[in-house]
Design a protein around this ligand. Structure first.
Ligand code: SAM
Length: 227
């Protein structure tokens, strides 16, 4: 289980290089996946969005580009929110960025049409409470997260090539432990059907689906309430 203080200090420490690291390590693929998440989440009735574990705000800015008016974005790392606010200033954006913990959200029941969390749920210390909170404050939930490929050969190739990237990461940041953490947490985190079972157990959503990306390197989960 991730330790909140460790995770917060790690993301504070890599916040100034986070965007560059993301682009280099994923060869830009994270942008395509984030676009896919936003497209899945956008329906004609979507007026308000909460993006949790927003980091430097990629998902929140993506929704703003798609003309969503009410966007709130939270992260518990003050330095990630500082970086997001610097981007906000440059873009002349209206997003409300706040330092908050996803396991204790200061919002009303179903305040948001949509909640999203991209590459964040794997990092929360209290997964059960965080899922309950996401389900409480939103009508629909969309999650993008790393996972484990179901095919064993692909799984081996993927995780060993991730390890080969380690020197690049070490060159770019003093927190090389962040890269170890990325690999080990992705290997351990429940994905696909297993994560859907957790969504069923800890949320009030009734319609739960998942879509593997690149053979299960990552997954998009959709959780909705049938009206
Ligand atoms: C890998 S980054 C993802 C950032 C962004 N969503 C993206 O996709 O680029 C994970 C983020 O989760 C945040 N985080 C981890 N645990 C959290 C919690 N309990 N509450 C809020 N944010 C949290 C970290 O501070 C970090 O910014």
């Amino acid at each position: 289980m991730p330790n909140a203080q460790y995770i917060k200090s790690m993301f504070d420490d890599i916040s100034s290089r986070y965007d560059l690291l993301n682009d280099l390590l994923s060869a830009g693929t994270h942008r395509l996946w984030k676009k896919k998440l936003i497209n899945s989440a956008l329906k004609s009735e979507t007026r308000s969005v909460l993006d949790c574990a927003t980091g430097t705000g990629d998902i929140a800015f993506g929704f703003e580009e798609r003309s969503i008016q009410k966007i709130t974005a939270i992260d518990f790392s003050p330095l990630m929110i500082k970086a997001a606010n610097e981007r906000k200033l440059k873009k002349g954006s209206c997003i409300d960025f706040q330092v908050q913990d996803v396991s204790n959200l200061p919002f009303k029941e179903e305040e948001f049409d949509v909640a999203t969390i991209s590459f964040g749920i794997r990092n929360v210390e209290n997964l059960e409470k965080s899922l309950q909170e996401l389900s409480r404050v939103s009508k629909n939930l969309f999650i993008l997260e790393f996972g484990t490929p179901e095919n064993n050969l692909w799984k081996k190739i993927y995780f060993s090539s991730l390890k080969a990237y380690f020197p690049v990461f070490s060159l770019l940041t003093k927190r090389s432990d962040a890269y170890d953490y990325l690999i080990s947490s992705s290997e351990k985190f429940p994905s696909g059907e297993k994560f859907c079972s957790l969504l069923k157990k800890h949320t009030s959503f009734t319609e739960i689906k998942y879509h593997p990306l690149f053979g299960g390197i990552a997954y998009i989960y959709e959780a909705k309430r049938l009206i």
